[in-house]
Every structure is written in structure tokens, then in C-alpha cells.
Design a protein around this ligand. Sequence first.
Ligand SMILES: [Zn+2]
Length: 337
Amino acid sequence: MRIFERLDQLYDIGGGPGANRPHPSAAEDDAHRIAATWLGEAGLEVAVDRHGNLYGRAASGEEVWTGSHLDSVPRGGRYDGALGVVAAIEAVERVGAGSVVVFRGEEVGCIGSRALVASGDFLPHAFLELHVEQGPVLADAEAPLGVVTGIVGYARGELVVDGRAGHAGTTPMAGREDALVAAAAEIQRVRDAALAIPGAVATIGHVEVEPGGANVIPSRVRMSLDVRAPDAERLDALVAGVGFVPSYRVEPARFTATAPDALRDAIAERGLPSVELPSGAGHDAGILASAGVDAAMLFVRSLNGGVSHSPDELSSDEDVLLGVDVLADALARATTP
Ligand SMILES: [Zn+2]
């Protein structure tokens, strides 16, 4: 079928293993070029804005957009971003209303959608993004599709633990101030702070030990912090619980207007289970929602334990086709005055 052939075609662009279309790259450009030909074949009016984002407009109802991104992480999966684009082309062609949008550089900080919002250029009334879940929630709930309630907010910073350096052989255990031993307790404490708040996560992904000698007691440990929560209140509580001053913070985005109802109605009409979940990853839909666009996201069930950003990323053909049907149905609802 066309949608699966197109996913294969995009997947092959950067050479294997996995998807290799980082932003910026010739591979991302190639993907946009191929998508532009698909938009033309669908009878849509093709345009590129000054930020490099690609559009395909149907004759009417262009105030509702649907789409995603075509860049990938190195050795990424077949579905992340690409599925939202090929599904959007199917939906807009089928419905004959709305616009397909392909944003640049989502994986490196939503470059294209942020630039669009910051530029003050035209924004749509509503935006629908279909995306793979990239997690196990829908598979565990035995639901093929889910409606996303919002994008978690996150804060980043650093934890520093000080101790006292000394000779690893001549300093007795009793009198030591080993910064890494203290850091181990801190890591456990950070985990407990996240466990105490529903929906919160906290990760220490990078640790630096000073002075870093095999025969020297560590004098200082610097640890990266990445903490996330579904709403501002919980993010505040998490930052306070972990006890750090964020160097960077992105506010949570909520999908609270009417576009999510179009997805809910389309799902309910098919008798599918109704599952709602927050997204732990950032998406272009979150950027648009924060700018006041009536945004909504439809997640398609991820298999293989929900693995993503990996060639092992997988969704079933059946779930993909169901997702396209629901997206098209929701687009028809959202574009009907
Ligand atoms: Zn993505």
C-alpha cells in the first residue's frame, strides 16, 4: 500500500542502519523534496516558508493543519515523524480540506515550528499531529490509538556534591569525605523525589567525577539533571523536591481546546477504547499549543515495548491504517464549519 511504500522510501534515504535524516542535512532536504512531489500528486498547492517548513494546501479549509516532521535522530526509527507526514497527506487528500505541514528540525528542538511561531507569520486555527507513542502505555492498555492530553514540561540543571580528595591507599575508610559515595545517595534521593509525584520523571544521565583518578578519592561530582512533569504545579514541586536551580525550563503544554474532541469523537465512533495520556517527549504540536493554536495529538500504539529513536521502533500496519482513518475523520470534523 502507498503509505507503507512511502515509509520505506523515507527510511531508505540516509542509508542504514535505521533512519538517518538529521537536521540540517542533505537527507532531510531529500525527504522534503520527495514529500513535496507527493503533495503535488495529491493535488495540493505546494509551498515552503522562509524557515524551510513545507506545506501542501487543499483548495478549502486551510486554517486546519495536520503533519509532523521528516528529520530523524541518527539511527532512528521508521515511524517517528515520518508516519505523521504520510498520514497527513492521506488525510488531506481524502478529505479535500486542510493543509499538510512538514516542520524542520523537530528532533533538535522543534526548530521549524519555533521559528514559525517566533516570526509572527500566519498560524492555523487548529493543528492535528499523528505520531507514534514512543512508549508502552497504549500497548499495556491494549488500545491501538490514544488522545494526548498535553506535553510534559521539563527543567534541566546540575547537582554538585563536594567531598575531599585523598590517597586511595592511605586514607582509612572511617575518615573519608568521598564525593561519589555522597552522590550515590543523592541519585537515590532524586529518584524518590520523582516517585513521590504522579506522572513525574527525573533522570541523571551524565556524571563527572573529579579529579577522576583511579587511586584518588573523588573530591567533587557534577551530575546532569533532567526532570519532567505533566503540569506546571507538579514541575514546580519536582524542582523543589529535587532541590536545584534550573538552568533551562520549558513549560508544559496542554491540549485543552476543541481539536482533541474531534479525535475523541472519531475514536468513539469506531468503538475503540478511549485512552488519554500525556506525552513525555516534546513535539511540534506542543509548540503550536503554547502559541495559542487549538492543537491535538493522536498517538499510534508502539510495539517492542515502546522503543523509539531506534531501528527497533515498530507499529503494526493495522494500527497505522486505523490511525489514518481517525486522523482523516477528525480533520473532516475540524474543517467543517
Ligand atoms: Zn517525532
